[in-house]
Design a protein around this ligand. Structure first.
Ligand code: 26Q
Length: 752
């Protein structure tokens, strides 16, 4: 049956037709039809199978991604068109599963796409959060958090009917195995994302995202990382982690047995990838399960160490998980003897307390357990891996130099170019043929077109169209009206002080005051932010408040509003990113050097023809090497300078505040104009932080940032020169395909 027949069938069973059904009904019917397609495909086969363990898989909407990979996108688009419908409108009815916080979760989703597309045997293992992260409403100048349910009667989830018992100290819960299918790109392969769920999930909380955190059986899979500002929240996270890894480990052993392989050859047939420390308990749990099945401790350790590999995604100390022993006693006491044995063994190997698993304060260091008992440890960009080796994890690097390696992150261009920017994707294919879709390095064949004026003009036209589409979307969603001939300057990522959205806000104040003083820019500037703040992160929420105040201030000032727009996008998520990424001119990647492990938004924006304005941090370093200094705008102190400043405790933000050329921008936070619009408490907290602390050194780089951004905006006016920069960025973005990243993981670590 072809897709048309299947779709008409499903609609007929539901008593409707392609001409009469609603977009929502059409969306559901397409989903059902595609699931039937996918079920006929086969998982990739091989001697050895990868299990990619991650607490987050930020998969985004699946309808278009699956259509593309099944090779059905054009057929379905044509079919819908023939009936006066559009895929874009149907797609808009699909709820987005928000099963991740940000970069780490989205990376895991891109990786699954590439693993399937390269035909490698590998599945994801995670949790089936019913209400996702949270939906963000912006109301009265603040972020409001709401549940973000995504599971409907017709869902991409496949109930496998399989479940595993997970035993906690106080109860045993069944972990139900629900799967999302992950089709490869036009290769007949369909791998799986295994999402474990409780049997009797509790309903969503009525208002907001607070719920009874002691109701483990009901709420274990309600939210991703529920608020961890209290003990009950942190304990619930440990329950989630143990639930995921215990069920996942049981699944691995079951599949090993089904394949007729002995436990003794685990490392020949299985690779476990540990995505940051959230799944680290898989190490002691798998050892425990092997011992239950008769393998002795030393042999179990040997097998598990050879089976596991660990990726570190951050050098921020607060994100490195350390669990108090009494949490584990409460949740899964059966792990403690194993962890004790692993710790003693590690201490026999090296007595340095810096590498202890179980420290003298009775904290279990998950990353330390991962490094001692995995065969590979990797960072996610060249600079990040060097910092891990030389600074943060230096004691470990000296112990195990052979374990450390770099795997620079990547993104799937199937979603982040073909899916979100068809006009650009088609233009590229017209110029260099379609081979770049499976071999992204071929994007380099675009390079000679920097001399082709007609091509450059078309590229500029596509960008203008995507900006108009974004403006239209923001008009419908948020009632905004944005100049279409403006420069679109975009910062989209989780809100965190180290990413320095607050520094960008000070630039907005600078521009506002310049315009007020009669120094008009050459063309309007649209500054856009999209960001969620962790519910308990006060300064991040204050920054959202500041941005919303500035948005109001500028919009209500007729002298300024023709020249400047400030936009905070509500509920920034994967679907919003798919609108924003194609429309961006200037990609803001302004983290304090040394703090952003890699970044992946930088790669998505680059591939869509944005020019980066950034620091030499994370993968920006590699972007700069690829495009050359003429095609990126770099500013700010180097990572080494920043690391030195921290080591010598030598940064004083007040010194910078006292300088006449930037201090007035900070002072504006407490100006009558802003105080009239905002909450004095929030604004004062931000103000105080800038002058008395500024831990992430926004004031250090602010002058250089303003000057560089002005130079960038000036260069934008040479429209031909700018279009060449766009093209060079697109042509060099092939290196950042996650197909390349996954091929490297496989070559150096997994050996599938
Ligand atoms: C840890 C302990 C307690 C509560 C929460 C957490 C927690 C949750 C999520 C810690 C970290 C995360 C997410 C981290 C993350 O997204 N890191 C990003 O990973 C990307 C993919 O490698 C990189 O590109 C980004 O630079 C990095 O910030």
């Amino acid at each position: 049956m072809n897709v048309k027949e299947r779709l008409t069938d499903v609609l007929a069973q539901r008593g409707t037709t392609l001409d009469t059904c609603s977009n929502g009904a059409l969306c559901q019917a397409l989903l059902v039809a595609l699931r039937a397609y996918q079920q006929e495909l086969k998982p990739a086969q091989g001697q050895k199978k990868l299990y990619y363990f991650s607490a987050e898989f930020l998969v985004g909407r699946l309808l278009r991604a699956n259509l593309i990979n099944l090779g059905l996108e054009e057929e379905v688009e044509a079919l819908l068109k023939a009936h006066g419908r559009s895929l874009a409108q149907v797609e808009d009815c699909e709820p987005e599963p928000s099963l991740g916080n940000g970069g780490l979760g989205r990376l895991a989703a891109c990786f699954l796409d590439s693993i399937a597309s390269l035909g490698l045997p590998g599945d994801g293992v995670g949790l089936n959060y019913h209400y996702g992260l949270f939906r963000q409403d912006l109301k009265s100048g603040r972020q409001v958090e709401l549940p973000d349910p995504w599971i409907e009667d017709d869902s991409w989830l496949v109930d496998t009917g399989i479940s595993f018992p997970v035993t906690f100290r106080d109860c045993t819960l069944q972990a139900k195995l629900m799967d999302l299918e992950i089709p490869g790109y036009r290769n007949g392969v369909c791998n799986r994302l295994h999402l474990f769920d409780v049997e009797a999930p509790a309903p969503a909380p009525r208002d907001g995202i607070s719920f009874d955190k002691t109701d483990i059986a009901g709420h274990l899979t309600s939210f991703l990382y529920p608020d961890d500002s209290d003990e009950a929240g942190r304990l619930l996270r440990v329950y989630q982690q143990y639930f995921m890894v215990s069920a996942g480990a049981q699944l691995i052993l079951r599949e090993l047995e089904e394949r007729g392989c002995s436990l003794q050859s685990l490392d020949q047939h299985v690779v476990i990838h540990i995505n940051d420390t959230h799944p680290s308990m898989v190490i002691p749990e798998l050892i425990r399960l092997l011992m239950e099945r008769g393998v002795d401790l030393e042999r179990a350790i040997y097998l598990v160490e050879r089976t596991c590999a660990y990726t570190n995604h951050t050098i921020l100390a607060e994100a490195l998980e350390k669990w108090p022993v009494h949490y584990l006693e409460q949740v899964a006491p059966q792990l403690l003897p194993v962890i004790r044995a692993l710790d003693e063994r590690a201490k026999r190997h090296c007595a340095d307390p810096a590498v202890a698993i179980w420290d003298s304060n009775n904290l279990i260091h998950m990353a330390h357990m991962d490094i001692h008992y995995s065969s590979h440890v990797n960072g996610v960009a060249a600079l990040h891996t060097e910092i891990l080796k030389n600074t943060e994890l230096n004691s470990f690097y000296r112990l195990y130099p052979e374990k450390f390696n770099n795997k620079t992150n990547g993104i799937t261009l199937r979603r982040w170019l073909m899916g979100c920017n068809r006009p650009l994707s088609d233009l590229i294919t017209e110029a260099i043929g379609p081979a770049w879709k499976t071999d992204a390095q071929q994007l380099q064949n675009l390079a000679p077109l920097t001399e082709d004026a007609a091509f450059l003009a078309r590229l500029t036209e596509v960008k203008a169209d995507r900006k108009a589409a974004l403006a239209q979307w923001l008009r419908e969603k948020q009632g905004l009206s944005l100049a279409e001939d403006a420069v679109y300057d975009i910062q989209i990522k989780r809100l965190h002080q180290y990413k320095r959205q607050q520094m960008n806000a000070l630039y907005a104040i600078y521009k506002y005051l310049e315009i007020k003083a009669g120094h008009l820019p050459q063309r309007p500037l649209v500054m856009i932010w999209g960001a969620k703040a962790a519910p308990a992160y006060t300064l991040a929420k204050d920054t959202i408040h500041l941005l919303l105040c500035l948005q109001k201030l500028v919009a209500s000032d007729p002298q300024v509003s023709p020249w400047l727009s400030i936009v905070m996008v509500e509920n920034y998520n994967v679907s919003a990113a798919e609108m924003l990424v194609p429309a961006c001119d200037i990609s803001e990647q302004i983290s304090l050097a040394s703090k952003e492990a890699s970044g992946t938004g930088n790669m998505k924006l680059m591939a869509n023809g944005a020019v980066t304005l950034g620091t030499l941090d994370g993968a920006n370093v590699e972007i700069a090497e690829l495009v050359g200094r003429d095609n990126i705008y770099l500013f700010g102190r180097s990572s080494q300078e920043v690391i030195d400043l921290y080591q010598r405790n030598a940064y004083r933000s007040s010194d910078y505040w006292q300088r006449g050329d930037i201090g007035y921008l900070v002072d504006f936070l407490l100006s009558p104009e802003l105080l009239a619009l905002g909450d004095p408490q929030c604004l004062a907290r931000l103000y105080k932080d800038f002058i008395a602390k500024d831990y992430f050194m926004a004031l250090l780089d602010l002058r250089d940032y303003i000057d560089t951004k002005e130079r960038c905006l000036n260069d934008y006016e040479d429209r031909t020169a700018w279009s060449k920069k766009m093209l060079v960025n697109i042509a060099q973005s092939g290196y950042f395909s996650s197909d390349r990243t996954i091929a490297e993981y496989n070559r150096d670590i997994w050996h599938l």
